[in-house]
Ligand binder design. Structure first.
Ligand code: HEM
Length: 194
């Protein structure tokens, strides 16, 4: 397997952040820089979640193993961007007003969904190492990591809810997630029926 695959994927995952920094330095973040950074980081986390979900279907459909080699990296970067998204919301958007943030989480289902998605991603990021796989045992570890599908669905609803009217982009992404989940379900059913 190509030795450059993981370093290349690592560098590619850093590009969205580097581009955001360049835009910040060029004062090119538009009229509402905080909203722009918040939404960009949310979208980056979402795209990386979709790419993570796409690794196994890609292996099934195209009989290639290289996506599995970068799956952990993609998942870790998804969580990294989700943390930056959360920090931007809590720190820059809400000014660390924890009372307000708590009220937002309880009162706005859109925020509740974002936080729930992040909470689901947290144990996956923590236990993504081989050490944790050994400690939990493969079956339990795999069971836990199935939460990534739920996280994918909740992230879609979070994305859809954010737009309310201009739904084309989030609907398209939700279609991609539904397709990826569909491929997993069909392949599992076929395996069971053998
Ligand atoms: C950690 C808890 C989270 C909070 C508090 C949160 C909050 C927010 C907020 C306030 C916005 C901007 C809404 C607006 O401008 O009207 C947003 C947008 C978004 N968030 Fe989150 N979010 C969270 C987690 C996540 C996670 C885990 C993902 C995906 C994995 C995600 C994906 C998105 C996407 C895709 C957008 C819209 C981006 C765009 O407009 O291009 N969020 N989120």
């Amino acid at each position: 397997m190509k030795r450059w695959l993981v370093p290349a994927a690592f560098a590619a995952c850093l590009l969205p952040l580097a581009w955001l920094v360049v835009r910040f330095l060029r004062d090119d973040l538009g009229a509402n820089p905080i909203a722009e950074v918040l939404n960009r980081l949310g979208l980056d986390a979402f795209v990386l979640l979709v790419l993570t979900l796409a690794c196994t279907p890609a292996q099934i459909l195209f009989k290639v193993n290289w996506p599995i080699r970068i799956r952990k990296l993609l998942g870790d970067f998804c969580f990294f961007y989700a943390c930056l998204h959360l920090l931007t919301y809590a720190g820059l958007d809400q000014g660390l007003a924890f009372g307000e943030i708590g009220r937002d989480i309880v009162k706005r289902p859109f925020i509740t969904l974002g936080v729930t998605t992040w909470v689901l991603l947290l144990p996956l990021a923590v236990t993504s190492t081989q050490g944790w796989q050994r400690r939990l045992g493969y079956r339990r570890w795999k069971g836990l990591h199935r939460l990534v599908y739920l996280a994918g669905v909740l992230a879609c609803v979070h994305f859809l809810w954010r737009f309310k009217t201009a739904l084309f982009e989030p609907l398209l992404w939700s279609g991609v997630v539904a397709l990826l989940l569909g491929i997993r379900i069909v392949s599992r059913l076929r395996l069971q029926s053998r």
